[in-house]
Design a protein around this ligand. Structure first.
Ligand SMILES: [Zn+2]
Length: 267
């Protein structure tokens, strides 16, 4: 996130702002939050650029209270953003900035704009009046018209912690999948030893889910390729068996080690 923020600041400092941004990549509230901070930065009255947004000047305070005359926030709590909201935005943007040099609008959850609203917004993008900046924030950019997407500068916001977490998760997934392959190739002695170890793991259910996911993928892949002589039925049976063990562990007091040993006999 820090990199993207520095990039956005650089655009402001060098006067290279586009007319519209699309903030995506993170979840809805994070996309909105950074859009909000960026709007503050644009309107902030602090002289020292490095201290913007100061959070203390009138502009910063007005934006915080959503009362800034040159800043519009559309943050619909409804199921969709209707065209009437975009019409209001148009009216507001037909006037010159009241306080500063620029007018800004953030459309949070922009994917909620219905068809009409998106078409209307597209016209606004095509005929920018004066110094205006629009920010669309959404987790689902693919729900916007391609003609909108082609007219906005896309900024993907990944929080460091999220990326790190995903990275750890991917590593865990990979290791768990490799463990399964090794088990399938090993003798019963090795498998039972693994069952004993795994039965005490707090991640047991997660491991079983990863195994199921992995085997489903293998099954789909093999099914598409009929020349492959791997036994599809055996694969399907193994998935069912893991499913059953997973279910038993989640819903009954079955002994995890015994349940896993049954599984080990079947893979
Ligand atoms: Zn300020």
């Amino acid at each position: 996130m820090e990199n993207q923020w520095q990039y956005l600041k650089m655009l402001v400092e060098t006067g290279k702002l586009p007319h519209a941004f699309l903030f995506s990549g993170s979840n809805g509230s994070e996309n909105k939050e950074i859009a909000h901070d960026f709007i503050k930065l644009l309107h902030c009255q602090e002289k020292d650029f490095s201290k913007k947004p100061c959070g203390a000047c009138r502009s910063c305070a007005d934006i915080e209270r959503q009362m800034h005359p040159d800043s519009v926030l559309i943050d619909s709590q409804e199921e969709e953003i209707p065209i009437s909201k975009i019409r209001e935005l148009k009216d507001c943007f037909s006037l010159k900035p009241f306080l500063g040099q620029i007018k800004t609008a953030v459309i949070a959850n922009a994917h909620l704009m219905n068809r009409e609203a998106q078409s209307s917004f597209l016209k606004l993008l095509e005929e920018p009046k004066g110094n205006a900046l629009f920010i669309l924030a959404t987790e689902y950019p693919e729900m916007l018209l391609p003609t909108i997407l082609s007219r906005v500068e896309k900024v993907r916001l990944f929080t460091v912690s999220k990326t790190k977490k995903e990275d750890q998760q991917n590593k865990f997934c990979k290791k768990t999948t490799q463990d399964f392959t090794r088990l399938a190739e090993s003798d019963l002695g090795y498998r039972f030893e693994a069952a004993k170890e795994l039965s005490g793991s707090p991640q047991l259910q997660e491991v079983l889910q990863i195994w199921m996911g992995h085997l489903r993928e293998v099954l789909l892949l093999k099914a598409k390729n009929p020349e492959n002589n791997m036994n599809l039925n055996k694969l399907a049976e193994t998935i069912k068996l893991i499913q059953r063990i997973h279910f038993l562990l989640a819903t009954t007091n079955v002994n995890p080690r015994l349940a896993l040993e049954t599984l080990m006999l079947g893979i």
